[in-house]
Design a protein around this ligand. Structure first.
Ligand SMILES: [Zn+2]
Length: 77
């Protein structure tokens, strides 16, 4: 799980896509049975690491980017 270092919200994010990304830019995220967050983008599912989050995720509440840290708390996704 990931926490925004600015506003402390957990796992509330939008993804930024490269300008030349050709997919539909639709993504979902959920917790798997191990409690890890999984992101699915255009049918491809993966578990993001902190580097991914700090390159691609925008906080949905405060709009900050590159502000994620690991947390053991679980968000209300
Ligand atoms: Zn935030």
């Amino acid at each position: 799980m990931f926490i925004c270092k600015n506003c402390k919200s957990i796992d509330k994010f939008e993804l930024m896509f490269a300008a030349d990304y050709k997919g539909s830019k639709k993504f979902t995220h959920k917790y798997n049975k191990n409690g890890d967050i999984e992101i699915t983008v255009d049918g491809y599912t993966f578990i993001p690491d902190l580097m991914f989050m700090n390159q691609h995720a925008v906080c949905r509440y405060c709009g900050q980017i590159y502000m994620w840290d690991y947390t053991t708390e679980r968000g209300n996704v």
